[in-house]
Design a protein around this ligand. Structure first.
Ligand code: PMP
Ligand code: GLN
Length: 381
């Protein structure tokens, strides 16, 4: 967790947002939207504060939000969830991940993730003193090799930690891959922890929650967050859904992390989760148009671009432009083009960085005019 010189290393997102701030460059690095989410949700939070919903909520989350989470699982995925025993509201998906990993992983237990992986995964596995194993995602589709998955999941594997749709590559896992993961979890008695914070940000294909696959539900912890769906990343309302036994074990850790959070935001997110289908379809459609806009700009600028099936990230290969090292390019990009991106090498183990050396992640959850400006500036590279 420490930089080689012993200082606490800041996350790549903090570093790149700092760079955007100090240079005035367009921040396509850290993934957060630059527009507010639905007015109904914002109004509900204002009302809750005015109505005095400002003290500690219950440890597992307010009943209205737990019910809304259960109903959302039923409406979109046909899953029956007991809001009293199978749902836990957390301080963002980050706390859900932290409490789950700390609850399930003992020193020396192996945790398998895909690689590249969201940066917090590496940190959390290290905090639990687990051993981090990875299965590579192979471009341009960024899918894992099934034989490699079979090799990396063993009887030492305690947790298979998935992220689908996937940050940073934007890829969406194929149903056959999810089925294989469930099969491997059974074979090796592992728990599946699945980070589905981008569940509503999918484009061509609908999202498939792992928990909907046969045999998965009883060994799966499903994690999501209001931040992405309702453009409220700063509210830090997340949740997890699992079996009563796993929820109880995770709550035992969670109570000593934050205990609770976000009292007035919880009823507001309950309102959001009950919004009509048209809202959820609308956010995906809007974002798809932004994906296409930025992708076209990047192609025109000379990058080779992947086609993300979900999330708000696109991976661009800078090699055709003559940049072999994206980490160096990202440091220079504010001066060269007035844009900030994040090198994919920040999401991989150092020994594998060479396989991803020329790749940059750009976020497209920004206003259309901002993306147009970024695309025009990158065109000058
Ligand atoms: N998981 C993934 C894959 C993410 O991209 C993010 C944040 N962007 C998180 C977890 C953290 O979510 P939260 O802000 O709700 O803690
Ligand atoms: N999840 C966001 C991203 O991937 C940022 C989260 C953070 O800043 N830690 O860009």
């Amino acid at each position: 967790l420490l930089a080689p010189d012993g200082r606490i290393a800041s996350t790549i997102f903090a570093e790149m947002s700092g760079l955007a701030q100090s240079t005035g460059a367009i921040n396509l690095g850290q993934g957060f939207p630059d527009e507010d989410g639905p007015a109904e949700v914002l109004d509900a939070a204002r009302r809750a504060i005015a109505d005095g919903v400002n003290q500690y909520p219950p440890a597992t989350g307010i009943p209205a939000l737990r019910s809304a989470i259960a109903q959302h699982q039923k409406r979109f995925y046909g899953l029956s969830v007991d809001p009293d025993r199978e749902v836990l509201v957390t301080a963002g998906a980050t706390e859900a991940l932290a409490a789950t990993i700390l609850a399930l992983v003992d020193e020396g237990d192996e945790v398998v993730t895909l690689e590249p992986f969201y940066d917090a995964y590496g940190g959390l596995i290290a905090l639990a003193r687990g051993v981090h194993k990875t299965a590579a995602l192979h471009g341009p589709e960024f899918q894992p090799d099934h034989d490699e998955l079979r090799r990396v999941v063993t009887d030492r594997t305690r947790v298979i930690l998935l992220n689908n749709p996937h940050n940073p590559t934007g890829s969406v896992l194929a149903r056959e891959t999810l089925e294989l993961i469930v099969e491997l979890a059974h074979e090796h008695d592992a728990i599946i922890v699945t980070d589905e914070v981008y569940e509503h940000l999918t484009f061509e294909q609908p999202h498939i929650p792992v928990a909907t696959l046969p045999g998965a539900r009883e060994r799966t912890v499903t994690i999501s967050s209001a931040g992405k769906t309702f453009s409220t990343t700063g509210w830090k309302i997340g949740w997890l859904v699992s079996t009563p036994e796993l929820v109880t074990a995770i709550l035992a850790v969670k109570q000593f992390l934050t205990y609770v959070n976000g009292a007035p935001f919880q009823p507001a997110i309950a309102v959001g989760l009950a919004l009509p289908d048209s809202f959820f379809e609308g956010i995906a459609r809007t974002l798809q148009a932004k994906r296409d806009l930025l992708s076209q700009g990047l192609v025109k600028a000379g990058f080779q671009v992947s086609r993300p099936g979900g999330t708000y990230f696109v991976v661009a290969d800078a090699a055709p432009l003559g940049y072999a090292d994206a980490a160096t390019l990202c440091r220079e990009l504010p001066a060269l083009a007035g844009v900030v991106g994040v090198p994919i090498s920040a999401f991989v183990h150092e020994e594998h960085a060479h396989s991803y050396a020329s790749l940059v992640r750009f976020a497209f959850c920004k206003k259309t005019e901002v993306l147009e400006r970024a695309a025009a500036q990158l065109g000058g590279l």
